[in-house]
Design a protein around this ligand. Structure first.
Ligand code: KG4
Ligand code: ZN
Length: 340
């Protein structure tokens, strides 16, 4: 008999407390996200201590809501999936402890999930036809990786950032021009009113590593531009400035991704992570893929930024491969991609 596999997934690695129920790896029955953005906005960024405390307050009600929305009870659940790294250690610990307690009490298997494997897996939710292998550009607040997804949960890293992650660059530039936190969505919105060719910022290349990224030079160039304008009394046109910055980031992300797909011989390209919800990146990648005759996949914005549905998808494929975590599962803040 072929029984449905229902995963209850929990995600608490940064500033979203999230739980979801995912059926057979691809069907999202519920996806509950309690965002702490409003709280951290006061401080201009995520405050780890506040994030942990808020996760503790919210996690039970978020899980109850996810079960209720999916119209299932804990007995119906096959296994519990939880993000155990990378992320903020105190924040991760809340989800891990909760998942262990539920799994132990309900006598369900526990599957620890790599947060970035979750981001990549978000692509499977709305693309039933998408299967590995494919090229994936992972761009989040802490990661910028170009990988070959060889199989479910199996990655070959072919490029990575040498300094700032793409999301980090968005956040820092947003802060510098006074757009505040969270920077990415604010830059995205402001850039829509701007001229992306207003300022020609440098596109960094890493010597001998054609698929690696570097954004710190670009960030410094933006900061220098701002300082120079302030010192000479010139007014800064924020939409033009952020549109030009965003264009430089998008160009370097798109060009390397397309080059990798061609060079490594894959005809499928996916994007993942919070920055994958950026409207310019989505539009430019779509255009470039079409030109290069590559199939382009991207999650809806709600599945790009942190959520538990993506963790449920990754947990399903790990569960099917036989992965089970013990009661000693711990938060691993600097967990590397491809490690378990
Ligand atoms: O994947 P994510 O939600 O959390 C991490 O795992 O880091 O990514 C968060 C990052 C932040 O840096 C945020 O500014 C960026 O994604 N981001 C965006 C957009 N939405 C979120 N960056 C550019 N454009 C957006 N629309
Ligand atoms: Zn994330």
């Amino acid at each position: 008999m072929n029984e449905d596999v229902l995963i209850l997934a929990i995600e608490s690695s940064c500033d979203e407390t999230a739980a979801a129920v995912v059926k057979n790896g691809r069907e999202v029955l519920s996806n509950v996200i309690s965002s702490q953005i409003a709280l951290h906005t006061l401080y201009g960024g995520v405050v780890p201590e506040i994030a942990s405390r808020k996760h503790i307050e919210k996690i039970n009600q978020v899980i109850e809501q996810a079960l209720a929305d999916a119209d299932v009870t804990l007995e119906d659940i096959t296994a519990i999936g939880v993000t155990y790294g990378p992320g903020l250690v105190g924040a991760l610990l809340v989800g891990v402890a909760e998942a262990k307690a539920i799994a132990y009490a309900a006598k369900k298997p526990l599957v620890g999930v790599h947060h970035i494997e979750g981001h990549v897996s978000a692509n499977f939710i709305e693309h039933p036809d998408l299967e590995p292998p494919f090229i994936c550009l992972i761009v989040s607040g802490g990661h910028t990786h170009l990988v070959v997804v060889k199989d479910y949960g199996e990655f070959q890293i072919i490029g990575r950032t040498r300094d700032d992650a793409a999301g980090e660059a968005f956040d820092k530039v947003a802060r510098a021009v006074g757009l505040g936190y969270p920077g990415g969505p604010k830059v995205d919105k402001a850039a829509q009113e701007g001229n992306k060719h207003a300022v020609e910022f440098p596109r960094a290349k890493v010597e001998g590593a054609p698929y690696d990224f570097s954004f710190s030079g670009l960030k410094s160039a933006v900061l220098n531009y701002i300082n120079h304008a302030r010192m000479t009394g010139q007014e800064i046109c924020v939409p033009d400035l952020v549109a030009s910055f965003q264009n430089a980031v998008v160009e370097s992300l798109v060009s390397r991704t397309i080059m990798a797909a061609k060079e490594y011989g894959y005809d499928k390209v996916a994007i993942a992570g919070g920055v994958a919800s950026n409207s310019a990146l989505r539009a430019e990648m779509k255009k470039a893929c079409k030109k290069a005759h590559l199939n382009f996949y991207h999650p809806s914005p709600i599945y790009c930024t942190d959520n538990a549905a993506m963790i449920g998808v990754a947990a399903y494929y790990e569960y099917q491969k036989g992965a089970r975590s013990g009661w000693d599962l711990n938060a691993v803040p600097n967990l590397k991609l491809g490690e378990r």
